[in-house]
Design a protein around this ligand. Structure first.
Ligand code: PMP
Length: 440
């Protein structure tokens, strides 16, 4: 057992200052199994955040470990210049699952790179560098993806190779259309979109997360993108669905987030990442062949689709489908939502508990106000850690949404255990605020 302190100072001495770490005493995770991880001091945590970080299915899933080691023993990586069986096989599966007709798949190593590629394709196909993105969106922090990030706090530079117009729709509870019923909210967002487009020339694409992830697990009403799609179709504008957090069944009801929008789908392109590799670096773009093939390029990067990561993706996807983890997300997600709503009932710092499947956000406010409280969010996250539970924080327009996104194999018992820890953490943060005179 080692203290993380020595490692922390070495981290600070050699890594960028902007590489943020969670917790006042950052955690070094040294082992994982199922839905649990252990730190270097031997503490055990139930992981309610890793599901959207990388570990979609379960930590150290034996099926994935076996596939990776088998593949690594044979060949680690060659190049996209040679035929690559694991890549072809995974591409066939992903194309088939995507819902996009005549789909082609390009693998990358991250979600950022996947979105970067989708933007490159859209701008080449439409011969335009103008794009539409949603307010409060997050799509990565590369040079092009910060240009479509609809929250200045997550964007390290205001410069961009893209010209971006931001659209309303994913945040229901704040902004000019707050409080409108679903139909009127959609109509207002569509009118806003039309107005934007009437003043703009040939826009390449709309990129959007069906449920905003970093943005605090918030989404427009079902059908919003169906309504947007009509407007986009009139003008030949492509629709890119960023499924990095919503893909592979996490939302329970649907395999992809875009499917909640019924008549809207399928999109022209979808991007995915993280979860599919269950810890190995996989991202990718699925696009209609006509869009994917518009580029005159040999490749974009030579490393995406490495056989080891593809083997991991196949084993992970196989496990997910075989064990119906989408169904598990629906069932256990419903239980978890119920428990978290009970836990939050009457707690004066909770504004809303929302989400779908195993993607649940708890929005906090300073008591008696409608003001986001990132300080309270940090207090709950610290208290949860003390109780043995890891959750995400910092999402949302005001940085005060707690994010709950466990691996999709979460059991009912673990859901109850995690909800109970969170209940105590919320109560502790709420009580501390009362004795210190408020920590908004
Ligand atoms: N898109 C979304 C919706 C994301 O949540 C993220 C990461 N949080 C990304 C893209 C970027 O993915 P990555 O970190 O793998 O580059």
């Amino acid at each position: 057992m080692t203290s993380p302190d020595g490692l922390l100072s070495r981290h600070r001495a050699v890594l960028p200052d902007w590489l943020a770490l969670y917790y006042e005493r950052p955690i070094e995770i040294t082992r994982g199994e199922g839905r649990h991880v252990w730190d270097a001091e031997g503490n055990r945590y139930l992981d309610f955040f890793g599901g959207i970080l990388t570990t979609m299915t379960a930590h150290a899933l034996p099926e994935v470990t076996r596939a990776v080691t088998d593949q690594a023993r044979r060949v680690l990586h060659t190049s996209t210049l040679y035929l690559n069986r694991p890549m072809v096989e995974l591409a066939e599966k992903v194309a088939g699952l995507s819902g996009i007709p005549d789909a082609r798949v390009f693998f990358t190593t991250s979600g950022t790179e996947a979105n970067d590629t989708a933007l490159l394709l859209a701008s080449a196909y439409r011969r335009s560098n103008q794009v539409l993105a949603m307010r409060n969106s997050y799509h990565g922090r590369s040079f092009s993806t910060v240009g479509i990030t609809g929250n200045a706090a997550w964007s390290p530079t205001s410069l961009s190779p893209l010209q971006t117009l931001y659209v309303h729709g994913s945040v229901r509870s704040r902004g000019p259309f707050a409080g409108l019923p679903d139909g009127e909210f959609i109509d207002a967002c569509v009118a806003d979109l039309r107005d934007l487009l009437d003043q703009t020339g040939g826009v390449a694409a709309l990129i959007a997360e069906p449920i905003q992830g970093v943005g605090g697990f918030t989404s427009g009403p079902d059908g919003l993108f169906a309504a947007f799609r009509e407007v986009l179709n009139e003008r030949g504008i492509l629709w890119i669905s960023d499924e990095v957090q919503t893909g592979w069944g996490r939302t329970g009801e649907h395999f992809w987030g875009w499917q909640a929008h019924g008549a809207a789908g399928p999109p022209d392109m979808l991007t995915f990442a993280k979860g599919i590799g269950n810890g190995m670096s996989i991202g990718g773009v699925v696009a209609r062949a006509e869009v994917m093939n518009c580029l005159d390029a040999n490749s974009i990067s030579t490393f995406g689709g490495s056989p080891v990561t593809m083997a991991a993706g196949q084993a992970n996807l196989g496990y997910l489908l075989e064990h119906d983890l989408q169904g598990n997300a629906r069932r256990v997600g419903a239980l978890l939502m119920e428990r978290l709503r009970e836990a939050a009932a009457g707690v004066d710092i909770v504004r809303e508990v929302r989400g779908r499947g195993l993607m649940i956000g708890i929005e906090l406010v300073a008591p008696g106000t409608d003001e986001p409280s990132p300080v309270l969010a940090s207090a709950v996250v610290e208290a949860a850690r003390e109780g043995g539970l890891l959750i995400g924080k910092g999402g949302g327009p005001g940085g005060s949404v707690l994010r709950v996104a466990p691996p999709l194999s979460l059991t009912e018992a673990e859901a109850k255990e995690g909800a109970a820890i969170l209940e105590r953490a919320l109560a502790a943060a709420s009580a501390a605020k009362a004795t210190t005179g408020g920590v908004a």
